[in-house]
Design a protein around this ligand. Structure first.
Ligand code: GAR
Length: 217
């Protein structure tokens, strides 16, 4: 296990893919984000994000879901792997699995996810194509605490981008990702600075509704 760095919140990041959000967190920690990434765990063996983690000297683990008989067995093994690192926060950065209620309960209040839509609009998959198909003018991303409802937990921060008339799912995704890379480290910073709380299903930042807050402070 990596040595915990003094004054920094230990976090574990879960990924399934390219890991550009992971990279934005790694880059932010190299500047002044007060967290220490204890481990990056992937359910996908060849997720490129694992290479990003290794390059940054971060411990990695692969836990293939196909190797387990069912979701609860997988989630129990995942919990065990995560808890070895004693994280104060577990970060889902493109982890493309639905998590069981037992898993969510185990990390209640310290499990956050980034989702590529302005929730509660467009939960689930293929959000960029669906934003185009439904003729939305605006699309974006949300960082939220994870609850039992898929993509439904209390929202910490959101970012909006315009949907352009000639957008493809790829061009729109790229515009949204730029914003993801800004708001995810911001949300993690607020958590690490102990400035967030959940009250009546709503996230408060410094005691005020977090969604009224403009990002960047
Ligand atoms: C990101 O767009 C993230 O919001 C999305 O997967 C992508 C991962 O990209 N997550 C979800 O759709 C979760 N429901 P990355 O691997 O480059 O960070």
């Amino acid at each position: 296990m990596n040595l915990k760095q003094r004054g920094k919140l230990p976090i574990v990041v879960l990924i399934s893919g390219g890991g550009t959000n992971l990279q934005s967190i790694i880059d932010s920690t190299a500047r002044d984000l007060p967290v220490c990434i204890q481990a990056v765990i992937s359910n996908v063996e060849d997720a490129f994000g694992l290479q990003r983690a290794a390059k940054a000297g971060i411990t990695t683990a692969i836990l293939k879901h196909h190797a387990y008989p069912d979701r609860s067995a997988y989630d129990a093994a995942l919990c065990q792997e995560i808890d070895r690192h004693e994280p104060g926060l577990v970060v889902l950065a493109g982890f493309m699995r639905i998590l069981s209620p037992a898993f969510v309960a185990h990390y209640a209040g310290r499990l956050i996810n980034i989702h590529p839509s302005i929730l509660p609009a467009l939960p689930g998959l293929h959000t960029h194509q669906r934003a185009i198909d439904t003729g939305l003018n605006e699309h974006g991303a949300s960082v939220h605490f994870v609850s039992d409802e898929v993509d439904g937990g209390p929202i910490i921060i959101q970012a909006q981008v315009p949907v352009l008339t000639d957008d493809s799912a790829e061009s729109l995704a790229a515009r949204v990702l730029q914003q993801e890379h800004r708001i995810f480290p911001q949300a993690i910073r607020w958590f690490a600075e102990d400035r967030l709380e959940i009250s009546d299903g709503q996230v408060l930042l410094d005691g005020q509704p977090a969604l009224n807050h403009s990002a960047g402070s």
